[in-house]
Write a protein that binds this ligand. Structure first.
Ligand code: DGL
Length: 268
């Protein structure tokens, strides 16, 4: 493969604004990397879709984005899309693809009580991929799972400056806590990229003795590793956000994206 041109971007892909939680730590490591942030608002929420639908939709859409923006690397900054479609995307596209997987391994290393929670979308928590990660890395531990669509809505609302329904936070936490063994849970994996946007609200709800973890820093390090030795612009260039078109979810105000280095919004 030819060395990418300095202005070749990295694409971050999610159903909505959750992937910004992966973009943030990546920008800290690669401050001048050109960024295209892609959100499939026409498909939001992915957590409610079938595996078959996502396995077809995600590679097709990423294919269009890759053709249009010619990135050096694509990040599926979405646990739902990664746990279902990563293999399909890698088979369909000829560029490095970084996925997002639930941080069960570090959670299992961190727990003292042996009870960890996995909070994701409904689609993610039912994946055999999560069974595999639990069997490989959390053998002998209790892994509780709960799918919370309300937190996806809440995270989108928060970034737009709208009110978050406190009942959605409470429901998500009790969905784990009220399961057998849940009172001992001391680590919760935020297995949806939207959820770290609600970290403060979730931390207040789980209490000080339960830690929240996600995989974003590790993904950022992986991106930096895969692009090591490549050339970047000398100075930061304005990033672009691209949203799939739908009347139901208009793109957010640019001010919500500006802290992530995004200076323009496009639709496809
Ligand atoms: N941000 C996504 C994830 O990491 C999914 C949110 C959704 O569309 O349901 O799973």
């Amino acid at each position: 493969m030819h060395a990418p041109a300095p202005d070749a971007p990295i694409i971050f892909f999610d159903s909505g604004l959750g992937g910004l939680t992966v973009l943030g730590p990546t920008r800290a490591l690669l401050p001048t990397a050109p960024i295209v942030y892609a959100a499939d608002y026409a498909g939001l929420p992915y957590g409610k879709k079938s595996d078959e639908e996502l396995a077809a939709r995600v590679p097709a859409l990423l294919g269009r984005l890759v053709e249009r923006y010619q990135p050096r690397l694509a990040v599926i900054a979405c646990n739902t899309a990664s746990t279902i479609a990563l293999g399909h995307v890698r088979a369909a596209l000829d560029l490095p693809i970084v996925g997002t997987v639930p941080a069960i391994k570090p959670a299992a290393e961190m727990t003292k009580t042996g009870v960890i929670g996995v909070l994701g979308t409904e689609a993610t928590v039912r994946q055999p991929y999560v069974d595999d990660l639990s069997a490989r890395f959390a053998d002998g531990k209790t892994v509780l799972r709960h799918g919370s669509p309300g937190l996806v809505t809440g995270a989108e609302a928060k970034l737009r400056g709208e009110r978050i329904d406190p009942a959605a936070i409470a429901r998500a936490v009790s969905g784990l806590r009220d399961q057998p063994g849940g009172e001992a849970m001391d680590v919760v994996v935020l297995a949806c990229t939207h959820f770290p946007l609600l970290r403060d609200e979730l931390q207040a709800a789980v209490g000080p003795n339960t830690r929240l973890i996600d995989g974003a820093e590790g993904i950022a390090r992986r991106i930096a590793h895969l692009t090591e030795g490549q050339h970047w612009p000398a100075q930061a260039v304005p990033g672009i956000a691209v949203f799939t078109r739908t009347a139901e979810h208009p793109p957010p105000p640019l001010a919500a994206l500006a802290p992530y280095g995004i200076a323009a919004i496009e639709t496809i």
